[in-house]
Design a protein around this ligand. Structure first.
Ligand code: UFG
Length: 342
């Protein structure tokens, strides 16, 4: 018997697809809603192949309130997850309105329809970006949110505030924000993974494309930071582990185990890894070379950020499990699958 059903906005994207796979594996029904503005219908096929379930897919832009309402009328879901946001930091600086309009309109539409239709449980995809350059590491959920360094980051902070305020104001409404650190890797089947458009902005897709020969050389942005090897420190979380955190959060909401109507959790490993360590770890895990060179710092990068993961362990009963080496193997397997290199 199904445990309940979850409407997943942005369910055809990188984290969305992996989350739907884990939800279905855990016995939930799922409906994928996605505008496909930054994802491909083939990702939905990947989800269906892995799960063996014909997961319904609706091509809907969550900014389109009327279309969204149609979904609420058609599907009797219990909880909703919002992944439907743009996420390129640099682009958000160049075109802030695109980010404010898309990321916030879609989220407000969702919150207001959840309220109207009496569906209480909303899970929001937030980011460690809300901590900015933290004074104390690792960051806990009680660490102060620093001023965001990009419009993208601001949309995450504002959406968290919207959810907080709605859950405080509207009786019965419940929300959880998951603050992801750096999601990497792919499903072990290599049937779903990250699909960056154009030149990758994030480290791991750049590494895998360089290893595949699509890019000649990886630039490591900055080797003069105040860190052990001079390169930035991040908390790289396996995307399947991250997806499982969503299942744990949905269960907490629908089973009525929340301690207040709005909660926030860090989702990371608690382990800082430098950019150089990651590149060398990838080479070793996959016996492949990644030509790389040091380049100037990238504007807006914080030197170091990693998670304190105690709260998620205690309250969600969740912790990251997959060793980094294995995650880096899945990232390479996915790139090879995309390039037909197997
Ligand atoms: N990096 C390189 N070369 C590259 C790409 C990245 O050296 O070609 C470095 C970056 O300088 C950084 C590290 O690799 O030190 C990680 O960079 P990513 O772009 O992969 O990830 P970020 O930590 O910058 O970004 C993450 C999330 C964003 C979020 C941001 C801010 O992916 O969604 O954190 O906290 F906004």
């Amino acid at each position: 018997m199904k445990k309940g059903s979850v409407l997943v906005f942005g369910g055809a994207g990188y984290i969305g697809t992996h989350t739907v796979v884990e939800l279905v594996g855990a016995g939930y029904g799922a409906v994928i809603a996605d505008s496909l503005s930054n994802s491909e219908a083939s990702a939905v096929e990947g989800v269906r192949r892995i799960t063996g379930v014909d997961v319904p897919f609706e091509q809907v832009d969550a900014c389109d309130e009327k279309a969204l309402r149609g979904l609420f009328e058609r599907y009797p879901f219990d909880a909703a997850i919002h992944f439907a946001a743009f996420k390129a930091v640099g682009e958000s600086v160049d075109d802030p309105l695109k980010y404010y309009r898309n990321n916030l309109t879609s989220f407000m539409n969702l919150c207001s329809l959840m309220r109207e239709f009496g569906r209480p449980d909303i899970l929001f995809s937030s980011s460690a970006t809300v901590y900015g350059e933290a004074d104390v590491l690792p960051v806990t959920e009680r660490s102060p949110r620093m001023p965001a360094t990009s419009p993208y980051g601001k949309t995450k902070q504002v959406a968290e505030d919207i959810l907080h305020d709605c859950c405080a104001a509207y009786a019965g409404m419940r929300g959880i924000a998951l603050r992801y650190f750096n999601p990497i890797g792919a499903h072990p089947s290599a049937l779903i993974g990250e699909l960056p458009r154009g030149v990758p902005q994030n480290l791991v897709p750049y590494i895998t494309q360089t290893a595949a020969g699509v890019r000649p050389c990886l630039s490591i942005f900055g080797n003069d930071y105040d860190t052990p090897d001079g390169t930035c420190l991040r908390d790289y979380i396996d995307v399947v582990d991250l997806a499982r955190a969503h299942v744990a959060a949905v269960e907490r909401m629908v089973q009525g185990r929340m301690k207040s109507s709005y909660e926030v959790f860090n989702i990371g490993t608690g382990r800082p890894v430098s950019v150089l360590e990651l590149v060398e770890g990838f080479e070793k895990a996959n016996s492949v070379e990644v030509p790389h060179k040091f380049a100037p710092r990238r504007a807006g990068d914080v030197p170091a950020v990693w998670a304190d993961t105690e709260l998620a362990a205690k309250e969600l009963g969740w912790q990251a499990e997959r060793p980094l080496e294995e995650t880096l193997r899945t990232a390479w397997a996915w790139e090879k699958h995309l390039r037909g290199m197997e």
